[in-house]
Ligand binder design. Sequence first.
Ligand code: GBH
Length: 508
Amino acid sequence: MHTVALLSLLLGCCVASPWKEEPVKKFPEDFLFGAGSAAYQVEGAWDEDGKGESIWDDFMHNKPWLMIAQDGSSGDVASDSYHNLERDIQIIRELGLDSYRFSISWPRLLPSGFPDQVNEAAIQYYNNLINELLKHNIEPIVTIYHWDLPKSLQDLGGWTNPNIAQWYEDYARIVFDNFSNRVKLWLTINEPNEICYLGYGHVLEAPALNASGIADYLCAKNLVIAHARAYRLYTSQYKPLHGGRVGIVFSANWHVPLNPDSEADKLADTLHFQAKFGIYANPIFGYGGFPKEYSERVAEKSAAQGFPRSRLPEFSEEEKQFVLGSYDFMGVNHYTGQLVTAENVPEYAVPSLLDDTGADLITLDEWKQSTSPWIKWMPNSLYNQLLELGSLYPGVDFYITENGWSGSTGLVDDDRVDYLRSCLQQCLDAVADGVRLKGYYTWSLMDSFEWAFGYGARFGLYEIDFEDPKRPHTPRKSALVYKHIIKTRAIDYDYAPDSLVMTIDEGH
Ligand code: GBH
């Protein structure tokens, strides 16, 4: 490891390093560079080999008018990774990734949602993937749940039904039984806020329940308990045998009060961050249960609205203790940020999470716009977010489990190259300032089905031709740049590839 990096790590977060003026240029040797994917976004084969129906199959097939893209697309075939395992392994090896993040499809493994039937074809597929990765020295990091709930469980209320904590644990047990002898890094659930707030509170994601201020809060409590059950199951029964680590993935976008001198803006900023992040993080990483300020706000609002009790459920003392501390690390998905204000707030639906926060979110025109309406390049947002998390949760290990830039088709993706270099620089700066950042996974390995945005937003280091039934792949410029960063463990701003040809280096 670079001496300066080592010294600043040893000094920790609280002591300012006297060497800070000299920037740390190299990533530590054990820092994991990766790229990610999620089952519904890449696998395809939506009804093959015994797979059950997920809430995303249902959303795309039966409620296509809710899509933002309105292009009639779906994840039925997607990048067809289910039939292209060799291609995926090849591009992972070409990049020289240390680690690959993928998710397991719950309805592929358990077609009924329950462990009464375990789908052997699914076990075979994930075994092949894991074994191939390990054969080439690539560390798998596996998301147990990335949004594709079995439809059968949604019919029973999905994440609003408290029984889901048990159902999820039952599913996790099958996953651990089959794969934990080889997979050492686990992510229980991807982005609770997007699951609960966008899926149960709005119609932006499946199951599109549109019951904000009610269903999103029920989901939040059940979800953190489900996570904790899987964590405790792993820790008591699998960790002693295999010694792996279990975390959860939050989306965390940087946020600052629009007017830093305004008490109202500061309060709106705090409550908004608690509503989108704190209600999931505090029960596990903080002081237990939902954040105090936010609980009080929702209780007051609920009372004024004529509800007999707070719409935000409470944790019993036993539940609080069960959930608190159920982590080995935190995964963070970060793309962008906003300025938060309490001024001129739009009239939100009542009740709703946004109404509870009393906040409005502002982005600036001068920030570069990606193809995704929600991603603008807010300068230094990743560094700021990492520093905030590092000080909120000292001693916690972090992984950036997603970070990426969306563009359109085309191989010369200079905006993505700039964004990637900038974000990795921000990671280096955060490490130099004592944040315990252990790895970075770019989103995404290849173009994939971008949920309600269809195939319009391209995030891939590799382009996929979705018109071609064979789903051919081609490296973009960012793939070569990332490969060079991984190889040298440094960011060379002058590096420009001679051609866009990728080959597998020796030893990969
Ligand atoms: C990630 O979520 C997902 O984990 C990943 O699967 C996905 O591919 C990736 O983003 C890129 O999209 O414009 O109002 O409809 C990031 C969280 C999801 C939050 C999309 C904003 C759109 C809100 N984001 N969402 S809106």
